[in-house]
Design a protein around this ligand. Structure first.
Ligand SMILES: [Zn+2]
Length: 352
């Protein structure tokens, strides 16, 4: 590693350190994504547009896509579906728009990290500023490993030992979460085992960040399979010491599932609905949409029947069904088919 050049001719780089960081704070974002590019860490701005559609999670990813009109060709439809499908499969989860920004930038648009490329001294200042002042977002396990190991930097040491606010968003293969639960399964690949091991080792590394005051963890898998039956206690176990640290404001966000009324000490978990739309791509590259409901589902039935038992009662009834082994999604589909056949309500007992 070579040392930064002094750059004595630069007015910016010859000003005192705290003034240089103040100047950088005026031109750089504070909400920042970290990601690996060409074996080193790069950064980009977080757009902050991460809200899901409340009536149909995933629908918001149609944002900006051209609406189809009568007479549009099948090719138009497929192009739109492919774009929507890529967004639904984004490993950046709710930060899918931030990922699109990075892809555009790599295709030639100017990015904030261009500031850091000006010279070695400015590079060091920029990373110092980011680690101290920024709310940092990490959306993949490779980058998380680089950040926690203090690697991936050019010309500077581990700037992230000073990080104050960290946001970890991970959309991983379901098998990675299965492996975190300690399940031995020959279907779990070595790469998936490796990701699980990285996560399970992350607790002590996160706890060693002495200036960390805010940590947000958002987890999901990339399968339309239910989130249910994963060992959430094991998945969260690396975070126990952080949850017990009064100096750290820890937020954990997990998908809804039928057993999520059972507390997992010491965590106060925020639950959210999973996305309902998924894509299938056949051997010819043709994309089709698949709609898959996940707990809670019966609120929709209640709405349809114009009944008003309330979400708490409705969810409690549905939890019992799932725990009795009923696939409520399948049962609800059966009810819908019966409704379409005109046989409802005589045969509407399928949910029981
Ligand atoms: Zn973002």
């Amino acid at each position: 590693m070579s040392l930064p050049n002094p750059q004595p001719q630069s007015p910016l780089l010859t000003t005192p350190y705290d003034i240089r960081l103040s100047i950088l704070s005026l031109i750089l974002p504070t909400n920042i994504h970290l990601h690996q590019h060409s074996k080193h860490l790069s950064f980009s701005v977080c757009t902050g547009h991460t809200s899901a559609d409340t009536s149909s999670p995933g629908k918001e990813r149609l944002w900006g896509l051209t609406y189809l009109h009568p007479g549009d060709s099948d090719a138009d439809l497929q192009a739109r579906m492919r774009r929507y499908g890529r967004r639904l499969q984004s490993t950046w989860g709710p930060h899918w728009r931030c990922e699109e920004d990075v892809v555009r930038r790599r295709e030639g648009e100017w990015g904030w990290d261009g500031v850091a490329g000006t010279c070695k001294s400015l590079y060091a200042d920029v990373w110092d500023y980011i680690a101290h002042a920024g709310n940092l977002h990490v959306t993949d396990m490779t980058t998380l490993r680089l950040v926690l190991d203090g690697k991936g930097f050019l010309h500077v040491g581990n700037a992230f030992q000073h990080v104050k606010s960290l946001d970890i968003t991970l959309v991983l293969p379901k098998n990675v979460f299965v492996a975190m639960g300690g399940e031995e399964n020959t279907l779990i690949s070595e790469a998936e085992q490796d990701q699980a091991a990285t996560w399970m080792r992350s607790g002590p590394a996160l706890a060693s960040l002495k200036q960390l005051r805010k940590l947000n963890v958002w987890l999901d898998h990339n399968s339309r399979d239910y989130w249910w039956h994963l060992d959430e206690s094991a998945i969260l176990s690396p975070l126990v010491s952080l949850a017990n640290n009064p100096s750290i404001e820890l937020t954990v966000q997990l998908p809804n599932q039928a057993n999520d009324d059972t507390p997992i000490s010491p965590f106060a978990i925020e639950r959210r609905a999973r996305q309902e739309n998924w894509v299938d791509i056949d051997d010819n590259g043709r994309t089709t949409m698949v709609h898959k409901l996940q707990f809670p589902i019966m609120r929709e039935l209640e709405e349809f029947l114009a009944e008003d038992t309330g979400e708490v009662v409705s969810d409690a009834q549905e939890r019992l069904l799932w725990r009795r082994g009923v696939d409520v999604e399948e049962a609800w589909r059966a009810v819908q088919r019966e409704l379409n056949d005109g046989s409802y309500p005589q045969n509407a007992g399928g949910l029981g």
